[in-house]
Design a protein around this ligand. Sequence first.
Ligand code: FAD
Length: 431
Amino acid sequence: MYSMKNWSGYLKWTPSDVYLPNTENEIQEVVLKALNAKKKVRIIGSGHSFTPLSLTDDFLVSLDNYQGIIDVDKEKLTATVKAGTKLHLLNDLLFEHGLAMPNMGDINQQSIAGAISTGTHGTGTAFGNISTQISKIKFVNGKGEIVSCSETDKPELFKAAQVSLGTLGIITEITLKCVPTYKLELIIDKERLDTVLENYQELNKRYRNFEFYWFPNTPYVMLKLVNLTNDEPDKSSFSSYVQEMVLENYTFKIACEVSKVFPSLTRKISGIAADTIGKHRKVNHSHKVFITPRLVRFNEMEYNIPVEAYREVKKDIVNWINKHNRTVLFPLENRFVQGDDIYLSPAYQRDSAYIAAHVYNKKEPTKYFRALEEIFLAYNGRPHWGKMNTLTYDLAQKKYPMFDAFTKLRAEQDPDQIFLSDYLKTLFIGY
Ligand SMILES: Cc1cc2nc3c(=O)[nH]c(=O)nc-3n(C[C@H](O)[C@H](O)[C@H](O)COP(=O)(O)OP(=O)(O)OC[C@H]3O[C@@H](n4cnc5c(N)ncnc54)[C@H](O)[C@@H]3O)c2cc1C
């Protein structure tokens, strides 16, 4: 028995066996062993999901020993990598080859397979989620076979595999569509929420990557405005360090602890946090600009909504917080993503906005998340697969036009359902 927990500590489980294969053959052997022993198999990347995707009493497979670049094609700007490669290592290795990912989310601790499997995304209306940045996937399916698919080879299976929650098999290799290395300028600034809601389309046009954090109970947001630059990376990263580590992490940690003990101070603390937003500029190579260290542990819910509904959803959230006189400490994160054609991508066939809510991990998140979820669902919201939500089969089937195509392909790849845990059965089978 092994004791496992996810990043936030909310999920705890005890698989009977944990496997750390070093080769594709060893990965195949685990699947064959599970088939023989009639055991379930779940896969874990870095355990950064908030949903019970990796929970199992049986076999848990981690590809932490299966990391690195297999091949780089400098002409085609592609890199084939081992699926367990963590994004921080991946980006350092790509950089050595003069390559970079076109876009990233706001941390680099995930494995590449884990990131694509839940549709992990960054921000920027010219960019889809990270799963759109890949052209080929290799995996060991539920029969123990090695299967390849790509944009041109078995394209339907590929569209299913691009976001599959680890239910088609164990991904072993991923081919990434890269770009030459580039530098970014990040501007952090303070603005009023109503001004941003008026101008968010314009800001999305003006900046390569635009996002903002709204501090509930205040009229203010922190803008993050990112564009390409030819400027040299900042020589001294001290001010960035102070902003990111001290303000965004340590000060916030203290704020969380104080508000836990004295909930009545939460509103005041939120105001003070909004007051600390100052204008700030940072220039660096792309993979160093996208990333913000996250030292305060939280639980998170994030929904994708059609971008056309964005303003209405925001208004409903503000009204709900005001009506219920609700005090909220963590800022709500707002990002924008291009639509795609991946079967289970929350951005399937729609340009999207993502709104994320966070709750300190020592506080109960369910009531607040449920209230926001009702608002998101009223506007045809689709949850981030890795973040807390209450989606089950019936609703998932309604929300995803290609849901049945996905489950059919899934069943073909995994006829004995070895990759379906109880939780995943509630999503893909309905009982
Ligand atoms: C602090 C923090 C910041 C975050 N920031 C963002 C963000 O900016 N944008 C965003 O969209 N999300 C974000 N997330 C969510 C996170 O990116 C996703 O939950 C992601 O899936 C986690 O990757 P992981 O490697 O930890 O995978 P895990 O959480 O361990 O697993 C995720 C899924 O991938 C599957 N999986 C893992 N490896 C394989 C494999 N080899 N083959 C098949 N399936 C596999 C698992 O079975 C599971 O279904 C954040 C999470 C945290 C905790």
